[in-house]
Every structure is written in structure tokens, then in C-alpha cells.
Unconditional design. Structure first.
Length: 265
């Protein structure tokens, strides 16, 4: 029997057209977690990220900013706000081309795994919306139900490749037959971990690497309402009055149990 295979997707600017880490500033401000000044800083960070890409220095600054921002936040409150506003924020910014690729890989019998530097409070529900089988994400330290501001596990750069290799050992994936997709040069290690890497909307340095390695370059430029492509449950209304807009501090977990395991339980 052939070994199982998977398609590994970065999230930000690969599946969705924005930074998921910076996707919830207004809801978090409305929920009392961040100030207007912090929201404006987050919106500016979103702009810089979208225009300039995410090199190592920028990612380190983003990590430090978000870690400091979320220190003291109540974890249950964060998860409730994300759940209550997720559809309004994420639904219009998913790339149509990415949804088609996810569907294509599932039809081919491959698992779909999202591998993101953002945290599970955001990445897990987005993965569920998209039908992903597993998620790899950053994990923030939680003390007495609140974020301490420290990071326990950072799913970034080489660590993404290590996480993929760990999953391959756990599940039995044949990495030579697996696929990977990302927009950032910081994910070059992740792309090199599989036999079929693809650069999606690549930043300048990843485009250079893709040309040198002979990797396919894909352009995703059609954000679409996800509900027009896949059936979604109705959005929750508990916090429906919250505004919609731009920035979130990541928290997370190394990876989520697969949808298949939940179905089998």
C-alpha cells in the first residue's frame, strides 16, 4: 500500500488575503482587550506586512509586539470573541484559488494541514471553516486562564519544517509525495521539506529562491466569500454588535487533532 500524503498550507497571504494575526483589532477593542492606540498600531502593522512582506526582522518585531499586547488577556474571552466574529472577518478574505486547491487535494485523498505562525485561537477555527485535517500553530503560555505574554512554542521558519517532519513520522506521510504552499521566504525550510513545493504570491526573496530551485509560482488574487464555495454554519450572534476590522495577538497549540480522528471517536 502507498503511504498517506498531505498538502501543507501557510495561512496568511496564502489561503487568506490578510494577516490572520492582525485580523481582529476592532472586535478586540470592542471587547475591551486593546486600546484604540494599540488598534491603530495593529492596523499600521497590517499595512506594512501586506506591502513589504514578512522578513525575519519584521516577524521578530511582530512577535514581540503581539506578545506584549496580549499579556493578561483572558483566554476564554479571546476565544469567545474570535468565535463570535470569525465568519464576518474571515469569510470575505479567503482566496478562491486556495479553496479550489484544498478541494483538489482532498479529492486526491491527501490530508490538508495548515501550518501558521499565528495562534490556534485564530488558526483552529479558520482551519475548521476550510475543512483542514490538522493545524500547526504558535502556542502562547497560559497561566491561571490568562496569557502571560511568553511564547511556549513558536511555529516559525525552521520550526515549521520540523513540525512537518514530526507529523510525517507520526502519521506516516511520504514527504516526497507531499505538497506545500507559502508566500514568504521565512517558509523556505517548510517548502524544502516536501517533494512538491509551491510559492504563492511570493515576496521578493521567495521569488528568487523559487526561480533558483525551479519551484512553481502561483498567483492568488481572487478573495471570495467562503460561504459561496462551501456550506458554513450560521455565524454566532452573541457578540454581533462588535465591529469588524484588523489585529490580534496569537495564542496557540502545536497542532489540533485531525477532523478524521474526531469523526472516528
Amino acid at each position: 500500500m502507498s503511504r498517506p500524503t498531505a498538502a501543507f498550507f501557510d495561512l496568511d497571504k496564502t489561503i487568506i488575503a490578510k494577516s490572520s494575526t492582525l485580523a481582529f483589532s476592532k472586535p478586540f477593542q470592542a471587547g475591551g482587550l486593546i486600546s484604540r492606540r494599540a488598534m491603530l498600531r495593529s492596523t499600521y502593522a497590517q499595512f506594512v506586512y501586506l506591502v513589504g512582506g514578512a522578513d525575519h526582522d519584521q516577524m521578530e518585531k511582530m512577535r514581540a509586539f503581539m506578545s506584549a499586547l496580549c499579556a493578561g488577556w483572558d483566554v476564554a474571552t479571546v476565544r469567545e470573541i474570535v468565535a463570535d466574529t470569525l465568519h464576518n472577518i474571515v469569510d470575505p478574505i479567503v482566496y478562491d484559488e486556495a479553496v479550489s486547491l484544498i478541494e483538489e487535494h482532498h479529492r486526491a485523498g491527501r490530508d490538508v494541514v495548515i501550518v501558521s505562525t499565528s495562534g490556534s485561537e485564530v488558526v483552529e477555527p479558520i482551519g475548521e471553516m476550510l475543512g483542514a485535517d490538522r493545524v500547526v500553530a504558535t502556542r502562547m503560555e497560559i497561566v491561571d486562564g490568562k496569557y502571560s505574554g511568553d511564547i511556549e512554542y513558536y511555529a516559525y521558519a525552521e520550526e515549521k519544517a520540523r513540525a512537518i517532519e514530526d507529523l510525517a513520522e507520526l502519521v506516516g506521510y511520504d514527504l516526497d509525495e507531499c505538497y506545500a504552499y507559502s508566500d514568504s521566504v521565512t517558509d523556505v525550510h517548510m517548502l524544502r521539506a516536501v517533494g512538491h513545493p509551491h510559492a504563492v504570491n511570493p515576496d521578493r526573496e521567495l521569488r528568487k529562491a523559487a526561480m533558483a530551485e525551479g519551484w512553481p509560482v502561483l498567483v492568488f488574487d481572487k478573495p471570495v466569500a467562503l460561504r459561496s464555495r462551501v456550506p458554513l454554519p450560521p455565524a454566532r450572534q452573541t457578540l454581533a454588535a462588535l465591529a469588524v476590522g484588523g489585529a490580534m495577538a496569537a495564542g496557540g497549540v502545536l497542532w489540533v487533532n485531525s477532523r478524521k480522528r474526531r469523526n472516528e471517536a
